[in-house]
Design a protein around this ligand. Structure first.
Ligand code: FAD
Ligand code: MLT
Ligand code: ZN
Length: 472
């Protein structure tokens, strides 16, 4: 199969209506959500089944044409954007959107990779169950992308990342072979953990076409509060207090600084923080329980009362209705959108040992200020699992180009400090092309060698998402 003969062959496999070769048809697929990465594609191919994915990959592998798997295209590391050669195929999984099976007794659901996360959450609800993966992009991101990036989101501290929520996978390998690993088993001790190899591999080892995911008892009771705090240290003290009293009923603990709140209120009309003055820091926290009788609201009131009494918290609002809880979450989830509206930021998606987060925030602000004075710090994220989004905005007197020209230097300042704190330079967004060139600075050489050897074994012709996660 030559590259020239490829397109007619692909049209036969998926149907010409699902082979997009015109620039206007391809537009939504060749630029990422943040408008940071722009590429061009030979074609966008939309297979309608696992068998079609297999046939497409077989042809591309024979022709030596490289493939960029894409789900909802909401990734934040540039992993789903093609290069600018115009010779790559975008393999869009959106048509693989069937929910194959729900087992409410075994608490599992078998879904295809192109299922949108919000639809999977809804299907679980309709079956009287709960699928806890939740992130700001849930209306567009897909289960395949969630697994390929090992997505995190707001419920990791209670339910884990996408990795912990998957029991089995169906994967098509670079040469077209199909691995049916769709076991709905909590135990299967028959050799290497192949499933976990594909989770977080960002489309570089295989194309995920379906998954068996875990379901949970739906939270019958929720209590949501927004808490005003003097600083990050107080946020950690409140976290420790809540973990101590609520245990695994603590299902969300999100942190944000005053600058994030200011950004949201300035760029998202109608979104208002429920405090007269913007505090230096805010936590949005949620307790939930499958048993309505456990009184999570009383518990939250008691704990917040204790925190206010000792000055850890300076104010607190407990949502009195589901609508009010949604309004509080809108503030947190609006930060991503507000950032894009406010202009380019230099983003860092970092993980740190939870107990050291406040020290890190203090040391990092000093280190960045010394390197480039006057930047604006947008620090927010999933403090309950140690993941901060440590994003920087340009100083008012800087041009955007001057600011973005500092990216390399600022990345090194932030990430070298993360390394000193034994953290990770990518907590949940993955490596993609964004962190590819920095990774060898922070990942031990032997780990890089093992990943390169695994890549060679699974994709000997390097057709799956080359240049993502690993340099070519
Ligand atoms: P895509 O962007 O399409 O692809 C992402 C990567 O996965 C690429 O490398 C792609 O090649 C690969 N891929 C996609 N589908 C497959 C497949 N079927 N098989 C193999 N490889 C595949 N992420 C978080 O973790 N936590 C958050 O809180 C969070 N919040 C966000 C908020 C907003 C507003 C936005 C826009 C994004 C946010 N993200 C967050 C990032 C993004 O939503 C996640 O990374 C998500 O998992 C990507 O899913 P997707 O389907 O859009 O994947
Ligand atoms: C979020 O948690 O909102 C995203 O992961 C981070 C971001 O938008 O920068
Ligand atoms: Zn996040």
């Amino acid at each position: 199969m030559t590259a020239a003969g490829l397109l007619p062959r692909l049209a036969t496999i998926v149907g010409s209506a699902h082979l997009l070769t015109e620039a206007d048809q391809q537009a939504p697929y060749v630029v990422d959500w943040m408008k940071k990465y722009h590429g061009r594609a030979l074609a966008v191919v939309q297979p309608g089944s696992t068998a079609e994915v297999s046939a497409v990959l077989t042809c591309c592998n024979e022709a030596g044409v490289t493939v960029v798997p894409q789900g909802g295209n909401t990734g934040m590391a540039g992993g789903a954007t093609p290069d600018d050669s115009g010779r790559q195929i975008i393999l869009s999984l959106g048509r693989l959107d069937r929910i194959r099976e729900i087992d409410p007794v075994g608490n599992t659901m078998t879904v295809e990779a192109g299922c949108i996360l919000a639809n999977v959450q809804a299907a679980a609800r309709e079956a009287g169950r709960f699928f806890p993966l939740s992130l700001g992009a849930e209306g567009s991101c897909t289960i395949g992308g969630n697994l390929a990036t090992n997505a995190g989101g707001i419920a990791v501290l209670r339910y884990g990342n996408a990795r912990e929520l998957a029991l089995g996978l169906e994967v098509v390998l670079a040469d077209g072979r199909i691995w049916d690993g769709l076991q709905a088993l909590r135990k299967d001790n028959t050799g290497y953990d192949l499933r976990d190899l594909f989770i977080g591999s960002e489309g570089t080892l295989g194309v995920i076409t379906a998954a068996v995911i875990k379901l949970y008892a739906p939270p019958a009771a929720r209590a949501t509060a927004m808490v005003a705090l003097p600083d990050g240290q107080a946020a950690l003290a409140l976290f420790a207090r809540l973990v101590g009293r609520a245990g695994d009923r603590l299902t969300a603990f999100e942190f944000m600084t005053r600058s994030c709140l200011d950004l949201v209120q300035s760029h998202l009309p109608g979104v208002a923080v429920p405090f007269a003055e913007l505090p230096p820091a805010i936590v949005l926290t949620e307790l939930s329980d499958a048993d309505a009788a456990t009184g999570v609201t009383d518990l939250l009131e008691t704990v917040l009362g204790d925190a206010l009494a000792v000055g850890e918290a300076t104010d607190a609002v407990i949502a009195q209705s589901g609508e009010q809880a949604k309004a509080l979450w809108r503030i947190r989830e609006g930060i991503s959108e507000a950032q894009v509206r406010a202009g380019k930021t230099i983003k860092h998606d970092i993980a740190l040992p939870i107990g050291r987060l406040a020290d890190f925030m203090r040391d990092c602000e000093t280190a960045v200020e010394v390197t480039v004075p006057g930047l604006r710090f947008l620090v927010f994220g999933h403090l309950g699992d140690g993941n901060l989004h440590y994003n920087l905005q340009r100083a008012p007197q800087m041009t955007e180009d001057e600011f973005l020209g500092l990216t390399g230097r600022l990345n090194t300042v932030v990430h070298d400090l993360v390394e000193r704190y034994r953290g990770s330079i990518s907590a949940e967004h993955g490596v993609g092309q964004l962190r590819r060139d920095e990774l060898p600075r922070y990942k031990p050489a032997v780990a890089m060698q093992m990943m390169i050897e695994i890549k060679r074994l699974f994709d000997s012709r390097n057709i799956l998402n080359p240049g993502k996660l690993l340099a070519n």
